[in-house]
Design a protein around this ligand. Structure first.
Ligand SMILES: NC(=O)c1ccc[n+]([C@@H]2O[C@H](COP(=O)([O-])OP(=O)(O)OC[C@H]3O[C@@H](n4cnc5c(N)ncnc54)[C@H](O)[C@@H]3O)[C@@H](O)[C@H]2O)c1
Length: 472
């Protein structure tokens, strides 16, 4: 594993290339071969003389619907959604209906290709041919389980971030990805900053030395409570495990908590700008408010974090995260070099425009460069799909998993440092990190849940200084 860490910085920090706007009318021989391997019956394989790419959706929530929309909107392409899987009844039908309204017959998912349950991902992927695409947009705890089956089936993959939540699941993903690479599978990871064309231009300028040497980077995600950041006691009418999956940001095993789920994009693009991953972290954090108007919050999250990451050359990355209403909102990122300072994300996870200023003051008079991205290229969620589908059509190498795992692990390292109150190294995370949900591939709807509430309904929270290197 040490070799993997050593190999990371150069290999994983290149700028992803945009697809050429070439005419895709010629069917690749790989696809022609794949069409002979059709599983379940479908009407006509070719449309307009060109192979359709079939897509199955695993995880039919907000991002699943968004990713499917991006897949269907790749310019000049013919993509179809043919199967949908989720653990909650009603979710596949809801996403299929919404997509059909926009894309009509290209969303060809009749009731008998809408699957529900913990094994639903398998039957959904069984509807695809090798070379088709599966979209993995469940909470990240299930990523390695679903990725393993996709590899077995020879499928190309789009998977959302984070791709792992702890050391052991990161190690497993890196090992699985060796198999994916050996099979030549194309795998996109939803760290979409890397497909933001303004940031790509900034990265080229940073690499060309316009900032000088980067010494310090700063990232902030501070806003009110969002998504399932906090949770009340489990109500009646839903099993323990399903409650935790439904509100996955509240549970460390399911998502890495709000620290991993919310902050990963900014940590990712700052590491990309630096061209390296940090080697250790220290951090602080706590939970100021455990009760609100709604009642007692029983989830596992802290509501504020401050993490200091250190790179091998001593460079620092400072990250502040906060989910408290009534405080200032600050959601942006910066890189300070010996010649100037860059606004990496102006607003949000990867908001345009990026900028470079001479010196360290961000005065308009000092602005040296500002990104200017044409409208059709401004959506990084669409760009990442355009690149993935082009790589599939052209049979070009495209695999973002190793970088996605490293970013997920670096994010988890900062979280673990804050949760334990200990300095944590990347190697420690990989080699000795706590595994949050060892049996995640065997969960059942009414079976035991990976974490249990105490008699007062509260789930175990991190207690810095009290539990060694365990986060709870
Ligand atoms: N790149 C981004 O900007 C971005 C934005 C939002 C979400 N995400 C990521 O996308 C993922 C999903 O987030 P979301 O906001 O769509 O959540 P969501 O709750 O809206 O959707 C997740 C869906 O997965 C289903 N699911 C859970 N476990 C499953 C399993 N084992 N098998 C099949 N289905 C299962 C849930 O029932 C739910 O319908 C997360 O990893 C999140 O971090 C990324």
């Amino acid at each position: 594993m040490a070799a993997t860490l050593a190999a990371t910085d150069d290999a994983l920090m290149s700028t992803p290339s945009s697809p050429s706007r070439r005419d895709f009318l010629a069917t690749t021989s790989r696809f022609a071969a794949a069409s002979a391997l059709v599983g379940p019956a479908f009407a006509g394989v070719h449309v307009g003389g060109r192979e359709r790419i079939r897509v199955a959706l695993v995880g039919c929530g907000g991002r699943g619907g968004g990713a499917a929309t991006n897949a269907l909107a790749v310019p000049g392409e013919h993509v179809e959604i043919v199967a949908a899987a989720d653990v909650f009844a009603g979710k596949p039908a809801a996403v299929v209906e919404a997509l059909q309204e926009q894309f009509g017959a290209r969303v060809d998912v009749p009731k008998d290709r809408q699957f529900v349950g913990f094994d639903a991902y398998r039957v959904a992927m069984d509807c695809l041919r090798p070379g088709d695409v599966v979209v993995l947009t469940t909470p990240p705890a299930f990523r390695w389980v679903h990725f393993a089956y996709a590899i077995e089936k020879g499928l190309n993959v789009f998977m959302e971030k984070p791709v792992s939540v702890d050391g052991p699941s990161s190690k497993r993903m890196l090992a699985l990805n060796e198999k994916a690479k050996a099979k030549g599978l194309k795998v996109g990871v939803g760290l979409m900053s890397r497909h933001n064309h303004g940031m790509q231009e900034l990265k080229r300028r940073v690499d060309d030395g316009e900032l000088g040497e980067i010494l310090v980077m700063r990232g902030y995600r501070m806003h009110g409570p969002a998504a399932f950041f906090r949770s009340l006691k489990k109500p009646d009418g839903i099993s323990e495990v399903m409650y935790q999956i439904q509100r996955f940001h509240s549970f460390l095993w399911a998502s890495g908590g709000n620290f991993s789920d919310f902050n990963i994009h900014i940590i990712d693009h700052l590491c990309w700008m630096k061209g390296a991953f940090p080697k250790w972290a220290q951090g602080v954090g706590g939970r100021h408010y455990r009760e609100g108007k709604e009642g007692l919050y029983v989830d596992q999250n802290f509501d504020s974090y401050g993490v200091e990451y250190t790179f091998d050359d001593g460079t620092k990355l400072f990250f502040d995260g906060r989910c408290i209403e009534g405080c200032d909102t600050n959601y942006a990122s910066y890189a300070h070099g010996t010649k100037g300072v860059a606004v990496v994300s102006a607003n949000g996870d990867c908001g345009l425009p990026s900028r470079i200023y001479r010196g360290q003051r961000m005065d308009p008079a000092n602005m040296q460069w500002e990104s200017n991205v044409p409208k059709p290229d401004q959506d990084p969620y669409q760009n990442e799909w355009n690149v993935l589908i082009a790589a599939i059509r052209e049979d070009r190498p495209h695999n973002e998993v190793d970088a996605g795992v490293m970013t997920s692990l670096v994010t988890a390292m900062g979280r673990a440092a804050a949760h334990t109150g200990q300095e944590i190294t990347l190697q420690q995370m990989l080699d000795g990190g706590q595994e949050f949900a060892p049996g995640v591939d065997t969960l059942t709807m009414d079976g035991p849940a990976p974490v249990l509430a105490g008699p007062d309904g509260r789930y175990p929270t991190p207690m810095p200084g009290q539990k060694g290197l365990r986060e709870y």
